[in-house]
Design a protein around this ligand. Sequence first.
Ligand code: 6PG
Length: 450
Amino acid sequence: MNSWGIIGIGRIGLSMARNMSSKGITVSLYDKAYEKKTNLIFEEKELYSELNKASFFIDISSFIKSIEKPRKLLILVPAGEPTDHVINNLLDILDEDDIIIDAGNTNPVVSFNNKLKIQKNKMLYLGIGVSGGTEGVLRGPSIMIGGHEAAFNKVKDDLSIITSKTIKNTSSFDFFGDTNQGHFVKMVHNGIEYVEMQLIASIYELLINSNNYKNQEIADIFDEWNSTELKSYLLEISIKQILQKIDDKYLIKKIDDEAGDNGTGRWMLNYGIELGSPLSMLSSAMDTRFISRFKTLRKEISEMTNQRSKRYTIDINSLKKAYQFCRHINFIQAFCLINASNKKYGWNISISKALNVWSNGSIIKSSQINDLYFNYSVENILSDKKIIKDLNEYKPDIINVILISLKNDISIPCFGEALNYFNSISSNSLSTKMIQAQRNFFGSHDIKIN
Ligand code: 6PG
């Protein structure tokens, strides 16, 4: 008998199986594709010697029988319909107290309902967000957990073997609450990830369009930043991608600019709207991905628009501070969403606990996470004098950078939103005075007169 079962041996499932197997955890593996192509099993065993200790199954019922009770079933098929399908099948074949673990990027709203459904069938549920991509999951992912605490207690020893070590020297996983909080924290992680990715992309665009920097020089600037407090996994991989070549040409020049998304950013925006919690940077990052998909239209409009030839200078130190400004606002907006959710849903998600889990193994791991964790009051970030002082200090630089972008027709998504947010949140008198007056005129709304 094996101690875990994994359903879905795609890229992430395979990394997870290899990670567990190499640490001596016995696993049974099942993938729908094995039913039709048993040779896949031999290929995987041949490629990864650690999988020789794993048991592969071509039918689900012998797979289930091979796992010790109460069974721990890790689902790693794509989120949405495929995951729902697997969960519904498992409800018919599992026994009481078996643990169903959804490890995909599942919408927290769906995750909440899944918990109720599984509980009704007297089984236990965990909704876990797994970050790290193929490499991270293999070496030690960051894992955000929600669901039945009794189930968490049954899996935590094994999770401590397969995860990384955090800034607090704990294992990079934690329990965030009794329903969908694990998937919620992963969704917030992804929202931060989207904005971080867009900021780096915007900076690259501003530098390359200045006609003053070539790819190698931009990589050198990023490399220098990466040796400072700006160090991050995303900056590191961006340097690699800037220098990556295909047929002697830079990949970044040849790659199609239409960007996809798996939905996590959209769900987070929905939460922001529902809770009245501003996520303007994420919204801008998402809009940029959406606009990128209007490929034909963009081409047509670009031909009707005056494309000026460009050459401008950028103060790299100023750019660095503008980037720091934006990164601060990104975390502020994400933390405020967590606080708003805690208040509305009666949750108790600890932001410092999330930072600790994200500090290693995750896609957003960075020196900034460590800095926020140790040097700022993250649970109540907008009351932290240090962060407001930083933002005031960096503000002239972000204004400079935005001005350059405006004067040269370069779109640098997320920068303007960061500055606008700070200008609003730090203002004691907003344009909404006029909104209230207008609302009062045509709708006889209640207004307050000070
Ligand atoms: C991670 C990532 C991962 C996510 C990809 C793709 O933490 O490992 O967040 O879970 O699925 O980054 O996301 P998009 O396809 O939406 O860019």
